[in-house]
Design a protein around this ligand. Sequence first.
Ligand code: FES
Ligand code: FE
Length: 449
Amino acid sequence: GTRTGGLDALLSRVRESLADGFLPLQVFNDADVYDAELERVFGRSWVFLAHETEIPNPGDYVLRRIGEDPFIVSRGNDGQIRAFFNSCRHRGTQVCRYEKGNSNSFRCPFHGWTYNNLGNLTGVPSRAQAYPQMDLADWSLHQAPKVDTYHGLVFACLDPEAVPLSEYIGDMGWYLDTNLLAHPDGLEVIGEPLRWNIEANWKLGAETFCGDSYHLQHLHRSVFEVGLVPQFRGKAETRRGLDVHVSECSGHATVIIRGPEEARIFWGSPDELKAQYRQGELSDAQFSLARRSIFQVGTVFPNFSFMHTSTAFSVGGVAGSYFIIRQWQPKGPNRVEAWNWTLVPRGLSEEAKQIAHRAALSQVGPSGNFEAEDSVVWEGITRVAGSAFARRIGAKLHYAMGLDDGSAQVMEDFEGPGTVYDTRLEDGVQRTLYRRWLQEISRGDGTAV
Ligand code: FES
Ligand code: FE
């Protein structure tokens, strides 16, 4: 990323542009914006870390990041989940170097200080001679001040003053729950999370999953034309009220593509599952939404996304339904590591779980037919966002579809929360992300939003 300074000036340009539905291109590749994001967005938001089923037993841990800061997500011997800053209190190196495991303790490779899985310093080599006065209780691992779970999703927050997780997720919970609670036995992660790097700004993945429904008919057109997603029928303009955009949902956004009133689709799930959804914990309205759902995609600010749908494996082949959760892990102004977990209903047969996993990978894995196409355009945006010419002319991008021109209608009778539009031809879902982003990144620069 180029560093030009003048963050405050850029943010006021964002503020003015966004009111009219535009966004300066520069925000997708700027070192000052990125530094501010790490401090003010990732340093204050609830950030997704793991699914509880990755660390089911006492002593289980996985390594994760909040922004770029490394954490050990550990289930202690007391059963509680904590997020330890992966930095030795002695001289700072990483005390844990393995991606995942089960351990009673973490021993630092440098001088051997040892911490138990509750984070307490329990062992210091040559302590009696070297540190006769030391009180070990003063030297526990630092930890994220807030860690909480939401129906199996583990989040942490570095801001001790932050609102509780349930309040942070807010109205978006109604839609998340439709996916998370539909199955009576709950969900579990299958396999390892997949990770891959994209030379793109993290916000581009987050905004697309908010969702950029408009690109489906063009960028992914070939996937539709060859018949890999036969369940998507009809042009966007003929599907008013079936396809809905949910924006301003406690700062989060989601898209739902639905079948007709009486449809029994459940994201294309196999029949053995459809029969079980009624026993889940869904309200009648949520159940009816699940019943009609062909496709759901959404983003919880800042960088947690999900997608729930089905795909065929080959042209005319058998369809597999899948539910994935995604994290857009920032790695610089122009690089993101995508993390992808497939969640499957517990108690499903091993074969059916594998079908779901394979369906997910064939579409949204690193070489998936959707994913590979998305990466190319996001990388292109990021490249020009860092260009001198774009900065000189103050290039701005168009996010104004459906804004104040009457083309998108709010559905007053929709049963879920948020501002719900009756078409997928509108950008309110993406403007939701940037309004929230602007609000967070502006906090601390003294500017009222
Ligand atoms: Fe960890 Fe010295 S840096 S023991
Ligand atoms: Fe896409």
